[in-house]
Design a protein around this ligand. Structure first.
Ligand SMILES: Cc1cc2nc3c(=O)[nH]c(=O)nc-3n(C[C@H](O)[C@H](O)[C@H](O)COP(=O)(O)OP(=O)(O)OC[C@H]3O[C@@H](n4cnc5c(N)ncnc54)[C@H](O)[C@@H]3O)c2cc1C
Length: 350
């Protein structure tokens, strides 16, 4: 590595890190990213992208199974889970390579290794236990993300207890899968995996606000057709910021109204017979705690189809066949995925 002195060193090459690096370089700064694993971080390699790739396979599978609704014929429709997973991993790999390209194009130096803060403006880096030359910079940005938090007594072993890492690249698919948690990770995983298992249960201690939004922004797409890309982008960005700000302010001034609106959306998504009061009516006000956005009502679809269900209760103990809840109910599971939060990563000083 020729250069070791920079304006900015960014530790971590996930969305937080690589986007900051590109922007810094575009503003004329000499930027270095240190990444210990995969560029693109969790989002491109284990989160947003591979889950959406799995959802796309599920969407096509369902489309083919219901081909007759569209006047089409499809016979012998099935799926090969290994190939579905391989495609998802392939999409991730491709996009991660896209980040390599973008950083190179913007003259960002990428250092492959694990960073540790060594003092003000100093960063030590090691690769496979060997020290690389020390880096220095006027500014160091920490963008090291977070990693799944295990439940006490239920540490991830990759066999019976999975984190999202194993859930997205499994060796085998269980018949009965239990996902503990109802934050963004659980809500993304449940619809993405529901097709590959006989049944998936999402166990939550308390409900979360869930909002379904379309994946395609009709307004934005129309505007892009009518106006130059840059102008359309600026208008769409302002509109989105304005709308989000408006909704947020309304949650502060009139929380009951927004609460009713959000829960009304869930009722519409799940139908009149679903127990929305128990499973989708949080005790807190909107935005005081979790609010999850789901694309095209995917979670509602898998619940309506009976492939997934939600249980609201507290874990009492783990049994040989799954979990006993405080209500006394037993939940059977071949595999448990904990999606119960994240621990922030911190590149400790030596
Ligand atoms: C299953 C799942 C689905 C998700 N779906 C969505 C979604 O649909 N939409 C959405 O917006 N978000 C989604 N997320 C969340 C999203 O992935 C994260 O918000 C995002 O990845 C956070 O980016 P980050 O850059 O802060 O951290 P990370 O992506 O975690 O990146 C941090 C990087 O830092 C590196 N690093 C850590 N320590 C060091 C060190 N000491 N030295 C060098 N490198 C280091 C890591 O290897 C990693 O590459 C999902 C997450 C999961 C788990």
């Amino acid at each position: 590595m020729a250069d070791t002195s920079f304006d900015v060193i960014i530790i971590g090459g996930g969305p937080g890190g690589y986007v900051t690096a590109i922007r810094g370089a575009q503003l004329g700064l000499k930027v270095c990213v240190v990444e210990k694993q995969y560029l693109g971080g969790i989002c491109l390699n284990w989160g947003c992208i591979p889950t959406k790739a799995l959802l796309r396979s599920a969407e096509i599978y369902h489309g083919m199974k219901n081909a007759e609704d569209y006047g089409l014929t499809a016979k012998g429709v099935g799926f090969d889970i290994k190939k579905v997973i391989a495609r998802s991993r392939g999409v991730s790999g491709q996009l991660s390579q896209g980040v390599v390209y973008l950083l190179k194009k913007n003259n960002v130096t990428v250092v492959d290794g694990e960073a540790k803060l060594a003092g003000p403006g100093k960063v030590d880096v090691s690769k496979d236990g060997k020290a690389l030359p020390q880096l220095s910079a006027k500014h160091v940005i920490i963008a090291t993300g977070a990693r799944p938090r295990a439940l006490p007594g239920l540490e991830h072993d990759g066999k019976l207890v999975w984190s999202y890492f194993e859930a997205l690249d499994p060796d085998i698919m269980p018949k009965k899968l239990l996902v503990i948690g109802s934050g963004a990770t659980a809500m993304t995983l449940v619809p993405a995996i529901a097709d590959d298992v006989a049944h998936i249960t999402m166990l939550q201690r308390s409900p979360t606000y869930v909002v379904s939004r379309p994946t395609r922004d009709v307004f934005a797409n129309r505007l892009r057709r009518l106006l130059p890309e840059k102008v359309a982008y600026a208008i769409i960005r302002r509109k989105n910021i304005f709308r989000q700000g408006l909704v947020y302010r309304k949650t502060r001034t009139d929380p009951e109204k927004i609460k009713n609106l959000l829960i009304g959306g869930v009722r519409a998504g799940l139908g009149p017979d679903y127990d929305v009061d128990t499973h989708f009516t949080p005790t807190y006000n909107p935005w005081d705690q979790r609010l999850c956005l789901i694309p095209d009502g995917d979670l509602f679809k898998v619940i309506r189809s009976g492939r997934a269900s939600v249980v609201t209760d507290i874990v009492d103990t783990f049994t040989e066949t799954g979990i006993r809840l405080q209500s006394g109910e037993d939940l059977e599971a071949d595999i448990i995925v904990t999606a119960t939060g994240l621990n922030l990563k911190w590149p400790r000083a030596r």
